[in-house]
Design a protein around this ligand. Structure first.
Ligand code: ASP
Ligand code: MG
Length: 412
C-alpha cells in the first residue's frame, strides 16, 4: 500500500471484521446484524468486512481439488473469492430486514487494488471515495474480505486468513478510529487456552509482541494484517462476537508495566528441521543452500550455525519439506556438503515479550525449565523480543505448560 501514514482519525468510525465462525450460520448472521443495528443507533459509523461462512473456503478449495489439484491460480481465486460474496449479501439482507441501510460490495466495487499475484496478492491501494459517499448517506458498506482486483480487472485473493488484512487496509485508508477484529475468542491470550487452561486474556499487547505472536502460531490475527496495522498506525482490537467484552487492544506504546516482561508463549506444530555439514573449506558454502531454497520458493524459518560455522540447521514448515529436499538435490551444491539430515514431527515453542532482550537470563531459564522436564531442545534461536526452541511435537503441550507457569503468565 502506498497511502501515507495516518494523522488524526475519524471519530466513531469503526471498521469491524467478522470471521468465519462469527458469520457461520444464518442464526449467527442475524445475531451480528442485531449488534450492528444497535451500534448504528448509538451513533457509530461502521464499515463491515466479512469472511466466508465457516468451512466454506475449505469446501471451495476441495471442490477444485477434485477436478485438478494444480488448477490455475487465476481460476482458484475466481472460485475461492465467492465465499465472501455469500456472507456479505446475506448480512445486507439481515440488516435491511431490521430497517438498517446497508450495501454489500465486492473488492472491485470498492476498488481494493492489488498486485497480480493470484492466491497471495498484496494490497497496493484502496479507493475509499465510494465508501465515504455511502457513509455520508447513512449506508453501512459491507465489504467482501480476502479479495482484491488487479490492474487488469482480474479477481485476486490475499492468501488464507486474508480478510483481517482487508479490514486493516480499509481502516487505514478511512482513518478509522479503530479496526475491530471480531472472532470466536475473547481476545489475545498468554498462550493457547486449549493447551494451558490458566492462560489469561491480555487487555493490551504491543504491536511488536503481537506480530511475533501471530507469526509464531497464535491464530487470532493474520501476521500480514498486524504489520499493515503497525505500518499505517491503525489501532487494532481483537474481540469476541459471541460474548461482550473489550477484547485485547494492540497498541504502539510498549506496556508501561515492565514487571511482567513476557507477553505470551506461542507454539506451532508441523515443523521440520534440516541439517547440513560442510566437507571442504570453500568460502561461505551455505549461501548457495539458501539461494537454492529461495529460488524454489521454500521459506526458511529459524537458522542456526554450529561448530566453527561447519554446519547449519534450519527449520521450515513440514509441508514444504519435499520441496526443500528437491531444491537441495542440485548439482550446484557439488561435494561441499555431507549428507542432508532431516527430522519431521517437530514443534516450535516461543517465549515472546520485551523482557526477552535480557537474553542470557531468559535463555538459561528456558533451558533449565525444559531440561528439568526432560525435554530435549534441538534448536534455539533468539531475537530482541522472542526466544524460540524446536522440540519433538510430542513434548509440545508439556513444554507450553511448564514455560507458561515458570514465566508466571497465569498471573498477568
Ligand atoms: N475466507 C478466507 C479463508 O478462509 C479468508 C478469511 O477468512 O480471512 O482463508
Ligand atoms: Mg482468520
Amino acid at each position: 500500500m502506498t497511502q501515507e501514514v495516518r494523522s488524526g482519525s475519524n471519530e466513531r468510525l469503526y471498521v469491524k471484521k467478522f470471521g468465519g465462525t462469527s458469520v457461520g450460520s444464518i442464526e449467527r448472521i442475524e445475531v451480528i446484524a442485531e449488534q450492528i443495528a444497535k451500534a448504528q443507533l448509538s451513533g457509530e459509523h461502521q464499515v463491515l468486512v466479512l469472511s466466508a461462512m465457516a468451512g466454506e473456503t475449505n469446501r471451495l478449495f476441495a471442490l477444485a481439488g477434485q477436478i485438478d489439484p494444480d488448477a490455475s491460480a487465476r481460476e482458484m481465486d475466481m472460485l475461492v473469492s465467492t465465499g465472501e460474496q455469500v456472507s456479505i449479501a446475506l448480512m445486507a439482507m439481515a440488516l435491511a430486514k431490521r430497517g438498517v441501510k446497508a450495501k454489500s460490495l465486492n473488492a472491485a466495487q470498492v476498488q481494493i487494488h492489488t498486485n497480480s499475484q493470484f492466491g497471495r496478492a498484496s494490497i497496493e491501494r484502496v479507493d475509499v471515495q465510494y465508501l465515504l459517499e455511502l457513509l455520508a448517506q447513512g449506508i453501512i458498506p459491507i465489504v467482501a474480505g480476502f479479495q482484491g482486483r488487479d490492474q487488469f480487472g482480474e479477481v485476486t485473493t490475499l492468501g488464507r486468513g486474508g480478510s483481517d488484512t482487508t479490514a486493516v487496509a480499509l481502516a487505514a485508508a478511512l482513518k478509522a478510529q479503530e479496526c475491530q477484529i471480531f472472532t470466536d475468542v475473547a481476545g489475545v491470550y498468554t498462550t493457547d487456552p486449549n493447551i494451558e487452561p490458566s492462560a489469561q486474556k491480555l487487555d493490551a499487547i504491543s504491536f511488536e509482541e503481537m506480530l511475533e505472536m501471530a507469526r509464531l502460531g497464535a491464530k487470532v490475527l493474520h501476521p500480514d494484517s498486524v504489520s499493515y496495522a503497525e505500518r499505517f498506525r491503525v489501532p487494532l482490537r481483537v474481540l469476541s462476537s459471541f460474548e461482550p467484552g473489550s477484547g485485547t487492544l494492540i497498541r504502539f506504546d510498549a506496556c508501561e508495566d515492565k514487571s511482567n516482561q513476557v507477553a505470551g508463549i506461542a507454539c506451532s506444530k508441523g515443523q521440520a528441521m534440516l541439517s547440513l555439514s560442510r566437507t571442504d573449506d570453500s568460502p561461505d558454502p551455505f549461501a548457495a543452500v539458501f539461494s537454492l531454497l529461495a529460488e524454489n520458493g521454500v521459506e526458511v524459518d529459524l537458522v542456526t550455525k554450529a561448530g566453527t560455522d561447519d554446519s547449519v540447521s534450519f527449520t521450515l514448515d513440514a509441508s514444504r519439506l519435499p520441496w526443500a529436499l528437491k531444491a537441495l538435490d542440485e548439482p550446484e551444491l557439488g561435494t561441499s556438503f555431507g549428507p542432508l539430515v532431516f527430522e519431521k514431527a517437530l514443534a516450535k515453542v516461543s517465549v515472546i515479550g520485551a523482557g526477552v532482550h535480557r537474553r542470557a537470563e531468559a535463555t538459561a531459564k528456558v533451558f533449565d525449565i525444559l531440561g528439568n522436564e526432560g525435554i530435549h531442545v534441538k534448536l534455539m534461536a533468539t531475537s530482541e523480543i522472542k526466544l524460540s526452541v524446536v522440540i519433538d511435537e510430542s513434548d509440545l503441550h508439556r513444554a507450553v505448560r511448564v514455560l507458561h507457569h515458570a514465566f508466571e503468565l497465569n498471573k498477568v
